[in-house]
Design a protein around this ligand. Structure first.
Ligand SMILES: *Cc1c(COP(=O)(O)O)cnc(C)c1O
Length: 235
């Protein structure tokens, strides 16, 4: 077995165990393979193990890998998206996880309308209020989502966060819990067109805790592909 296949097996076992501990079904959790900086050949190994949903944080990398990877994979944009790059991704990705401004939402709406598609999006929340992170504050979330709810070519599917980098994943449990509570609270407002069933949270260091607290998408890069080599990357 290749080391990627072994890594995936180990991650799968941990996902199943975390789901079981919290009384959840494995099928309700998507393992998104974060393939940034990885080559098409390497990503193909993960696809062969059944991981067909891939996460990238740069538009350029999706553009470069889109044709070679072919039709059988699903791309998710998980990183910060500049308005001027929206036009390149609306017809390529299944979901944009990183919507955090009205300006960006308006551009996605415009470009999705032009292509005749409805874009699934997540609202990025800066749950720990970190200076260095993108995302709206939890307090702004309801108002922001009400604004998005009127846009015909956006479908708000849920919330996403990049939790703090911590040594001990237990330190993030409270943040994951707050994300879940925010989702429940906003769903409780019964905003027209808004039923949020997706919570994208948890990375290599903390996905098990995230699952225990309700994550429906975990974004795992290093845990699958090993340490990233950024020298492979063009920009
Ligand atoms: C790189 C990245 C990940 C994956 O991080 P790992 O720690 O390698 O699992 C998840 N989410 C986002 C937004 C990322 O940029």
């Amino acid at each position: 077995m290749s080391h990627i296949a072994e890594n995936i097996k180990a991650v799968e076992a941990k996902i199943s165990a975390a789901a079981q501990r919290s009384g959840r079904k494995r099928e309700d959790i998507l393992l998104l393979a974060v393939s940034k900086t990885q080559t098409v050949e390497v990503i193909q190994q993960a696809v062969e193990c059944g991981l067909t949903s891939l996460g990238e944080n740069k538009v350029q990398e999706i553009m470069d890998k889109y044709e070679p990877m072919g039709e059988s994979v699903h791309w998710h944009l998980i990183g910060h998206l500049q308005t001027n790059k929206v036009k390149y991704v609306v017809d390529k990705v299944d979901m944009i996880h990183s919507v955090e401004s009205l300006k960006l939402a308006n551009e996605i709406e415009k470009r999705a309308a032009a292509k005749g598609v409805v874009m699934d999006i997540l609202v990025e929340v800066n749950i720990a209020n970190e200076e260095s992170k993108f995302g709206i504050s939890p307090k702004e979330a309801e108002t922001f989502i009400r604004e998005l709810s009127t846009k015909e070519h956006l479908r708000v599917r849920g919330l996403m966060t990049v939790a703090p980098f911590v040594e001990n994943s237990e330190e993030n449990r409270e943040y994951f819990r707050q994300m879940r509570q925010l989702q429940v609270d906003i769903n409780g407002k019964k905003i027209d067109n808004i039923v949020m069933d997706v919570l994208s949270m948890g990375m290599t260091g903390d996905y098990e805790v995230a699952i225990e607290e309700g994550a429906t998408i975990v974004r795992v890069g290093t845990g699958i592909f090993g340490e990233r080599d950024y020298s492979n990357r063009e920009k």
